[in-house]
Design a protein around this ligand. Structure first.
Ligand code: PMP
Length: 414
């Protein structure tokens, strides 16, 4: 079915085949216009932690829509944004924080990158202008985010217009020394380091140990380099803890969140900043250090209502604890796939279960994906990598069935 949409992340060859036209969501399922039911195996781009149609989030959105639809956060407040900023600060290891709100993950990341650079400027450290990330890191598709992260398979056309003065190498075997060398060599230019905690999502669910993150935090602190932890994909329970950085016991200078912040029900993101940084953005001194940056929908009242409801549910339904329990089962159920001829390796982190196929299986990827779609499973492989990242509310039976569907399809087609 041809249409007028410029589809993101969609090759033209895929458009020719046509797509399901989704008209309704309920629990872990999406339903197309013919009534066919699909399991949302990747939680709608990793956002819908509570599945679809959770009545409490829907109600919060409906009620807020009848009261106040929009009012800005430049020189104004509203009750929801006050409550949410307080709540997010309270979720951090040290609560002395202020939060800048935005709309999408990448707009929260942009704010974090600019906070880092202006933090240097505010202190007279005008050489500190580099914000670097990890090789093949992903922090969104805006140009600033591409300067901090860069996935070769996606971003090649923009190679010449974003600069990467340095990068942290991916920590093979968790070795921190090569990263330490980069940070120490460039500490005078480095404003910040930004990483995806424990798992590089878009680069193919590449995982590294919490011990690396702890060493990174210590090294950044010792060298006056800020550490930005991008929890847009991992935050709010995905890894079996509230935030992935909790596995490392660190207290990051800045944390970016999005996606599951509202359980994927409204576009809202945030950058949560330590007060030692925030306090330098004052206009009280000789220089005006105001942060002249913002998005129209920063702190959107309906988005904040959805986020407050989602955070309530995560607590009331013990979503994080439940995810940690389910993760163990998923791992056990997926284990037999390690024996399949086409499989290179399995990887696990909380409710992320990864099956990386051998390079020779690459030509089969589209066929496997299509077969799973026909069976009613919405997988979105990254290159050779199939993964489950389902809504955290998935039941044992539903998860088991999804794992089995993948296993049998790999047996037949892989
Ligand atoms: N950071 C990370 C770690 C992400 O995974 C993503 C999106 N997948 C983003 C930022 C960008 O978020 P958005 O697509 O909402 O801009």
């Amino acid at each position: 079915m041809k249409n007028k949409i410029f589809h993101p992340y969609t090759p033209f060859s895929a458009i020719e085949k046509g797509f399901p036209n989704m008209v309704r969501g309920e629990g872990i399922y999406l339903f197309d216009e013919t009534g066919k039911r699909y399991v949302d195996v990747v939680s709608s781009w990793w956002a819908c932690a509570l599945g679809h149609g959770h009545p409490a989030v829907v109600k919060a959105i409906q009620e807020q829509a009848g009261v106040l639809q929009h009012s800005i956060t430049g020189s104004l407040t509203h009750p929801n944004v006050l409550a949410l900023a307080e709540r997010l600060a309270g979720l951090m290891p040290s609560p002395d924080r202020h939060t800048l709100f935005a709309s999408d993950g990448c707009s929260a990341v942009e704010a974090a990158l600019k906070f880092a650079v202006q933090y240097g400027y505010n202190r007279g450290l005008t050489e500190k202008t580099w914000v670097i990330g990890m090789d093949q890191g992903y922090h969104g598709d805006s140009l600033g985010a591409l300067g901090a992260g860069f996935v070769d398979d996606f971003h090649k056309p923009f190679e010449k217009i974003v600069s990467h003065p340095a990068k942290l190498p991916f920590p093979l075997n968790g070795d921190f020394t090569p990263s330490q060398n980069v940070i120490e060599a460039h500490k005078d230019q480095l404003a910040a380091v930004i990483v995806e905690p424990l798992c590089q999502g878009s680069a193919g669910m590449r995982m590294y140990p919490a011990s690396y993150l702890k060493q990174l935090a210590d090294c950044c602190a010792a060298n006056d380099v800020l550490l930005i932890i991008d929890e847009v994909a991992m935050g709010f329970g995905r890894t079996g803890k509230r935030f992935a950085f909790n596995h490392a016991g660190i207290d990051p200078d800045m944390v970016t969140v999005g996606k599951a912040l509202t359980a994927g029900y409204m576009p809202l993101s945030a950058c949560i900043v330590k007060d030692k940084i925030y306090d330098t953005f004052s206009d009280a001194g000789p220089a005006d250090c105001t942060f002249y940056h913002g998005n129209t929908y920063a702190g959107h009242p309906i988005g904040c209502a959805a986020a407050l409801a989602a955070l309530d549910i995560y607590e009331a339904e013990s979503t994080v604890e439940r995810a940690a329990e389910m993760a163990e089962k998923m791992k056990q159920w997926m284990q037999p796939m390690a024996e399949l001829d086409c499989v290179k390796e399995l990887r696990f982190l909380g409710m992320i279960g990864v099956v990386e196929l051998k390079p020779e299986a690459k030509p089969q990827v589209d066929k496997i994906k299509q077969s799973l779609l026909d069976q009613g499973y919405l997988f979105r492989p990254l290159g050779n990598v199939f993964y489950l990242m389902p809504p955290l509310v998935i039941s044992d039976g539903e998860l088991h069935a999804a794992v089995y569907a993948l296993q049998h399809t790999l047996e037949d087609l892989g």
